[in-house]
Design a protein around this ligand. Sequence first.
Ligand code: ZN
Ligand code: ZN
Length: 367
Amino acid sequence: MTITSNGYAARHSFSRLKPITIEREEAGPGEVEIAVLYCGVCHSDVHQCENDWGNTVYPCMPGHEVVGRVTRVGAGVTRHAAGDLVGVGCMIDSCRECAPCRAGEEQYCEGPNSWLATYNGPMTPKAKAKTGENMYGRDNTFGGYSDRIVVREEFVLAIPASIPAEKAAPILCAGVTTYSPLKHWGVGPSSKVGVVGLGGLGDMAVKLAHAMGAEVTVFTTTKEKVAEAEKLGAKGVVEGDKAAYEALEKTFDLILSTIPEKHKVDSFVPLLAHGAAYVSVGALTQMPGWNHQELIMGRKTIAGSLIGSIAETQEVLDFCAEHGIAPEVELIPIQEINEAYKRVKGGEVRFRHVIDMASLKDERDDG
Ligand SMILES: [Zn+2]
Ligand SMILES: [Zn+2]
């Protein structure tokens, strides 16, 4: 049995997002049906709609920062009940058998199709799978730019009551994407953390690192964002400021880059303390090189980190509730999604756009 779901999707890489009606499988055993209230707009949504990674399955209905209320649960569901406020992040299933899955790091799933993304289907589609199979039985999945979604209960998060529902949405991707590396690289009181870029991810990185007790410096190309960084309790530095860079040499225990595009790394390496790491979470692309001598001389690391596990997603939600942290959001009706994409691409926004799904009513499939 299927249920009808309305939302917005891109039908081609060159087309704007338009209304669409799709069919979803109704909640089966172990699954939860959610009425979507809010969905954050991630830079990945723009990349995916425009096929920047060459792997988009159309129609592409993005949305992996989903907050809503449980409307129905399938047989055997114990973690969530009708009426619960819940969230769905980037993943809705994984193989659950490989070493990373068994270690509770589903985002690094090494199963034949890797993890099942909330939209755009399996990370490793059938055509690229070594087994030539699709263990999830579907080539595409549809995300949270819609009125309802059906997800396995293990991949559904509990939203703490103290976080406003619309502000919880960006924690599900932007929040966990920055929380996971901060935790992995041991950030705590007295750590010195650099954050490169002050968009939706940078905003969360600064707030989380600050709440962990770290001293935070933001690197930005936009002069106006220096003041924004200071408002968040961080120091602000304009990228390439020679005097500032010299003063910061060998000081950072971690530099977290949130830049979602190819960018230069070499100017940051001298700023890393001995043994420290430069971690990029946003650039899924070929990056320019660096002087390796700089790494050798200080046993430094250049690393990457992908979103975070389901357990870490619950952890960061609870951490935000405990420390009174919430992302900066601007609510938009879904009809403004194409304009929002333009702003995200232009890198102008420090906040996260969040779609108010109540705006979906009265929409019809545009064909
Ligand atoms: Zn995202
Ligand atoms: Zn796995």
